[in-house]
Design a protein around this ligand. Structure first.
Ligand code: ADQ
Length: 487
């Protein structure tokens, strides 16, 4: 396999432990082949020219970290605007929250063109390029237009909605056509893959060449589900750390008389946190034996606060938690502890382990790694129970969890009660089965299976191994003409 080039909106220094499982896994893959990690530097140049940004490089062992700055105008349109104001809500089935402002799309395209322009001179002929997530869907098409004939793969970390929702997105055809500029397109779940194939076949008359290969716009793309996993060994190591053990001990001491339920999320409307609080309220109403004995700890870290929908959900959550504590709480018992903060990664395993129930109930989620981290953190001799939304990618793999419909507050409350009263033998059986699958399909498995598929992808008639990389492949037709940049 050639050198690996990873492209994502943000990059992480793989040598730093705080980087987390995904960064560590990608960093490891990059270290193996030697490689390049390319993305936005995180710097916004207030008076920078749209479509321009300086390139910075830094050597981290065998890996080169290359980043570009963004002008304020590009950042607002590409990141806050189109990526998080349009694609994020629509791909999470929330058309009602999308802001279809017409100036976002030119900015989104401009930044993808900027990435392509800065990246092309850094590429070597045999590089394998792996692009991540919804911020960069058109990147391969931009790279192809610049003459890049390398193998390029794309992985979507968030869900892909069914065709009728996708079709409501004004630029849907352009976006899907852009996906056909890749050699491999990976999704989190079979559900998302099904949505892609249904869209491709029905909306753009793609032909199924074989089980995974689809042909349209003069190109073949290999589409497959590659469910992402966690770095189990790393998480177990974290669980043995001093911080994790200390946070477990503190929680057990503070809540000695209580059963804990835990939710850990970024504060995002896709995560179903208000519904979770309401379901917990229903649990306390319907099963009064849990009053004074059960506490829900909800950690929700700040996220994308400049987008309006995020401040709305924050206010809603504060109201719901305040009302629940006011109506049910007592001098020595607060039913819900809501913490609007990021928790250090080192403390997470201790918190998960102290909780009898992990309540992971997004309304829609690509995968949800918290569910997997919760299972891995449990003591095998006395494990907690996972209550998991059926609308997460994780639910396809974690069928021994108690699967719930998060919109059904009564059903979710019933599952919480079932979890709190589940006999030890059943808890162990379910935990064993879950742990085995999470171990087998970990983040390394995800990484290597995607890269193998990409390594094997040779679109017939277009390119063979060893062929000169700068081919005469026709450039993919570009996206809709951009409107004038906003001044
Ligand atoms: P996210 O939406 O960020 O990611 P998720 O998979 O739940 O969601 O979490 C990613 C990581 O963030 C986990 O390692 C978790 O421990 C950490 N995390 C989350 N909330 C935290 C908090 N409050 N404090 C500390 N750490 C926290 C996107 C997609 C997901 C997909 C991932 C990976 O939206 O569906 O699972 O990418 O592909």
């Amino acid at each position: 396999m050639g050198r690996l080039v990873v492209v994502s909106n943000r990059i992480a220094d793989p040598r730093k432990p705080a980087a987390g499982g995904l960064a560590v896994a990608l960093g490891e893959a990059l270290q193996t082949t030697g490689g390049l990690w390319f993305g936005w530097s995180g710097r916004i140049v207030e008076d920078g020219a749209p479509g321009e940004g300086d390139l910075h490089t830094l050597q981290a062992g065998k890996v080169t970290l290359a980043t570009v700055d963004l002008s304020r105008e590009d950042y607002d349109a590409y990141y806050t605007g189109y990526s998080n104001g349009v694609l994020w809500p629509v791909f999470h089935y929330r058309l009602d929250l999308a802001d279809f402002e017409r100036n976002y799309i030119p900015g989104y395209r401009r930044v993808n063109q900027l990435f392509a322009r800065r990246l092309v001179p850094l590429l070597q002929p045999d590089d394998i390029i792996w692009v991540h997530d919804y911020h960069l869907i058109p990147l391969a098409a931009e790279l192809r237009s610049a003459g890049c004939a390398n193998r390029i793969g794309f992985f979507l970390h968030i869900p892909l909605p069914p065709p009728p929702i996708m079709a409501a997105l004004p630029q849907h055809e352009w976006l899907v056509r852009s996906l056909f500029a890749y050699d491999v397109v990976g999704f989190q779940s079979e559900t998302d893959l099904g949505h892609f194939t249904a869209y491709a076949q029905n909306e753009v008359s793609a032909k199924a060449v074989d089980r995974h290969r689809f042909s349209a716009f003069g190109r073949n793309v290999h589409a497959q589900a590659f469910p992402i996993g966690i770095d189990v060994a790393e998480f177990e190591r974290l669980g043995r750390s001093r911080e994790a053990r200390a946070s477990y001990a503190t929680m057990r001491e503070q809540y000695a008389q209580r059963r804990l339920l835990i939710g850990v999320d970024r504060l995002d409307y896709s995560k179903g946190i208000p519904q979770r609080i309401l379901a917990f309220r229903e649990l306390l109403s319907n099963y009064p034996e849990n009053r004074r004995s059960a506490t829900l700890i909800q950690i929700a870290s700040p996220s994308r606060e400049s987008v309006d929908a995020y401040s709305d959900i924050r206010r809603q959550l504060e109201r719901l938690c305040g009302a629940l504590n006011g109506d049910f709480g007592d001098l020595d018992w607060m039913p819900v502890r809501y913490i609007h903060r990021m928790v250090s990664r080192r403390r997470l395993p201790g918190l998960y382990r102290a909780a009898s129930v992990g309540v992971i109930t997004p309304l829609r989620d690509g995968m949800n790694l918290v569910a997997k981290e919760y299972v891995v953190s449990q003591a095998a001799s006395d494990p907690g129970v996972l209550v998991l939304s059926r609308f997460t990618g994780a639910a396809e793999q974690l069928e021994e969890a108690l699967l719930v419909n998060p919109y059904d507050l009564h059903g979710t409350a019933e599952a919480m009660q079932q979890a709190l009263t589940m006999p030890l033998a059943e808890r162990r059986d379910r935990h064993n089965a879950l742990l085995e699958r999470i171990r087998k399909y970990d983040v390394h498995y995800w990484c290597s299976s995607f890269l193998q598929a990409l390594d094997k992808s040779f679109p017939p008639g277009v390119r063979q191994r060893g062929q000169a990389r700068r081919t005469r492949r026709p450039a993919d037709p570009g996206p809709p003409a951009p409107a004038e940049p906003r001044r």
